[in-house]
Design a protein around this ligand. Structure first.
Ligand SMILES: C[S@@+](CC[C@H](N)C(=O)[O-])C[C@H]1O[C@@H](n2cnc3c(N)ncnc32)[C@H](O)[C@@H]1O
Length: 205
């Protein structure tokens, strides 16, 4: 059965706005609220591009926590950060983002300015290692709790691969609960039953 989605939350499709990649759009949404000295989370490190972007944006006085379950992803991210001179402002967590709460130091809890999720699998690697609805749901709820007021959770979800629609449904459920608790929720892109990526943006009240 197809889930009903709340139409008022959907903006016009990405491709009709500006022909940019969905990941670039996600980074632009993060830039709107990120300042020097902020603390940010990359919940899916992958090749490290989002982590490097976040580390660059928060500057020398900021900090980034970056998570991935794949050693290969953590190594790629470390390499990128080292060559970019950004490694000294990032903690790499080789574990599931479902362990986000207990992985953050006490001094960073509740102070997160941006939590960025880019779901799916690492391009060019084992496509069986993929984000899963259950851990994604745990991590989304945990990340929202750790945002400061005005902080933003951004989640890029894909529906074109096996399991993608189920995971998108979980992201939609999370969006509904985030809206019901007074946060500002936007969905950008195509309705999740189409084989296209979309972005959920939750700005904490
Ligand atoms: C689409 S890639 C992320 C791309 C990345 N943000 C970048 O800039 O290159 C998705 C990543 O999520 C990771 N992943 C899968 N399950 C995870 C989990 N439970 N916790 C953290 N990362 C996970 C995969 O290993 C993969 O590297």
């Amino acid at each position: 059965m197809e889930r009903k989605t709340s139409a008022k939350l959907w903006k016009i499709p990405l491709a009709t706005v500006i022909p940019i990649r969905v990941t670039e759009r996600a980074q632009a949404l993060a830039s709107e609220v990120l300042n020097l000295g902020d603390i940010a989370i990359d919940a899916t490190a992958g090749k490290g591009r989002d982590t490097a972007f976040l580390a660059q944006t928060v500057g020398t006085s900021g900090w980034v926590h970056s998570f991935d379950i794949q050693p290969e992803a953590i190594n790629s991210t470390r390499n990128l950060l080292e060559v970019s001179g950004l490694i000294h402002r990032v903690t790499l967590h080789e574990c599931s983002h479902a362990e986000l709460t207990e992985s953050l130091p006490e001094s960073h809890r509740g102070k997160i300015a941006v939590a960025l999720f880019n779901l799916g699998y690492l391009p060019g690697s084992d496509q069986k290692i993929i984000t899963q609805p259950e851990s994604t749901s745990i991590a989304l709820h945990a990340a929202l709790k750790e945002l400061k007021s005005g902080g933003r959770l951004i989640c890029v979800a894909y529906t074109g691969h096996p399991g993608g629609k189920e995971e998108s449904a979980v992201v939609e459920e999370f969006a509904e609960s985030a809206e019901n608790t007074g946060n500002t929720v936007e969905k950008i892109g195509y309705a999740p039953h189409q084989p296209k990526p979309w972005i959920l943006v939750v700005t904490r009240r």
